[in-house]
Design a protein around this ligand. Structure first.
Ligand code: BGC
Ligand code: BGC
Length: 439
């Protein structure tokens, strides 16, 4: 009941989703194809051949979904805007019905007292841009800033805070280094340009958003505390390399204006004069997505990559098989404060959550959320400035290459009928949110 007691005044609690994972309606009203449409329709790429064609049909059912959030009592809703719905080929002409959709959504949220927190890119790059090189090409950073400006032109009178990118590390690694996600390249370290171009896109978009009146510009990074598999020097080195690759590659240039030493040489000529200043522009807050720590051993000498992830044993695991380590959230946040000191802006946890077995009796999720909220509270007590917590996710949805097999929702979705049924965790959170407010 008191899971939300003891947080600072105005601490924000919300839920998160992403466009391709919930909207469906992929060919409606002028939306163009994205890399995820292409990938999901390529046989063998997504479990059971699932696609986001229908997903949660949120494009049509959004009023019901907004009503669910109002009933839940959250302060804010983090969703993403589908670039190919707004600008079907990623450059040039805008698609008015696509912009209208987000316009109505924002109005409905505001009417219900729910603060909109849009993310401009959650991995669904317009396919036309991918055909010209996608994030491997520097030009995509410029296209992204133009698109950000168009969205802000339409919504900026009501929306003053934005997240530019979601988890550029996962889009680089899954999408371009090992190929488990769209666009499905397996370039290993050859994927590093995708990091630099996304970061440059973030910096350019941040400028454009500020010019249009944004008061809070953020980026969301997926961060993981990295644990060496042993005290062995090779494992310790491999863990440091992984920390550079997963965490520091994205946090250092944004917060410190420099790439981590271990990776700077791989980036070489990509980084042009002035780029780091653009990327290092002041950030109002940092979004962090936390799921679990990562345990790393040294890889075999002939392996493609120098690090080898190991299972974390002796802790509960989610339906996905991910280890549940709430204390990792505290360690991560305290570690960020130690590493970046004054350069660390206020933090929002923009995603945290777990997948559970199908059904509405999800005591597992309640324990998970309670544990992570406790860890968050202890990070705040240790002096980390955390302003909000967003649960992944409002409802079961298209879990990327796992299709519909992993259920992360507070609300169950029957993908045959589209019926939404609140789970036990939904009721638990609703009670905790209500208890927080003065009667
Ligand atoms: C990691 C998560 C990450 C996810 C991205 C998993 O393997 O454990 O931390 O968010 O991949 O889809
Ligand atoms: C992503 C979400 C995803 C979640 C669970 C994060 O990496 O931002 O889109 O559904 O993790 O895998």
């Amino acid at each position: 009941m008191d899971a939300l007691a003891g947080f600072p005044d105005r601490f924000e609690v919300g839920v998160s989703t992403a466009a391709y994972q919930i909207e469906g309606a992929v060919t409606e009203d002028g939306r163009g194809p994205s890399v995820w449409d292409t990938f999901a329709h390529t046989p063998g790429r997504v479990k059971n051949g699932d696609t986001g064609d229908v997903a949660c049909d949120h494009y049509h059912r959004w009023p019901e979904d907004v009503a669910l959030m109002a009933d839940l009592g959250v302060d804010a809703y983090r969703f993403s805007i589908s670039w190919p719905r707004v600008q079907p080929t990623g450059s040039g002409a805008l698609n008015t019905p696509g912009l209208d959709f987000y316009d109505r959504l924002v109005d409905a949220l505001l009417q219900r007292g729910i603060a909109p927190l849009p993310t401009l890119f959650h991995w669904d790059l317009p396919q036309a841009l991918e055909d010209e090189g996608g994030w491997l090409s520097r030009a995509t950073a410029e296209r992204f800033a133009e698109y950000a400006g168009h969205v802000a032109d339409r919504l900026g009178d009501r929306v003053r805070r934005w997240i530019t990118l979601n988890e550029p590390v996962v889009h680089m690694a899954e999408g371009h280094a090992w190929g488990g996600g769209a666009p499905g390249h397996s370039l290993m370290f050859g994927a590093l340009p995708v990091a630099h171009h996304q970061l440059l896109g973030h910096g350019l978009a941040a400028r454009v958003l500020r010019e249009r009146g944004a008061t809070q510009v953020m980026i969301t990074n997926n961060c993981t505390p990295v644990l060496p598999a042993s005290d062995d020097e090779a494992d310790v080195m491999a863990a440091a390399m992984y920390d550079s690759f997963h965490n520091r590659l994205f946090n250092d240039p944004i917060l410190l204006g420099a790439y981590p030493e271990m990776l700077a040489s791989f980036l070489g000529d990509l980084v042009q004069e002035g780029d780091l200043e653009i990327i290092h522009a002041p950030l109002d807050a940092l979004g962090i997505n936390y799921y679990n720590p990562t345990r790393i051993a040294a890889a075999a000498p002939d392996a493609d990559l120098p690090f080898d992830p190991q299972p974390i044993e002796g802790v509960p695991i989610t339906a996905f098989g991910w280890p549940v380590v709430p204390g990792g959230l505290r360690d991560l946040l305290v570690g960020l404060k130690d590493t970046y000191g004054e350069a660390l802006p206020p933090i929002y946890i923009t995603e945290n959550g777990c997948s559970t077995a199908d059904g509405t009796d999800d005591a597992f999720r309640i324990d998970y959320l309670r544990g992570h909220l406790d860890a968050l509270k202890s990070a705040i007590d240790a002096g980390v400035d955390v302003r909000g917590y967003f649960i992944w996710s409002l409802m079961d949805n298209f879990e990327w290459s796992e299709g519909y097999s992993q259920r992360f929702g507070l609300v169950r979705v029957d993908f045959e009928t589209q019926e939404r049924t609140p789970k036990d965790s939904f009721r638990w959170l609703r009670t905790a949110l209500a208890a927080r407010k003065p009667a």
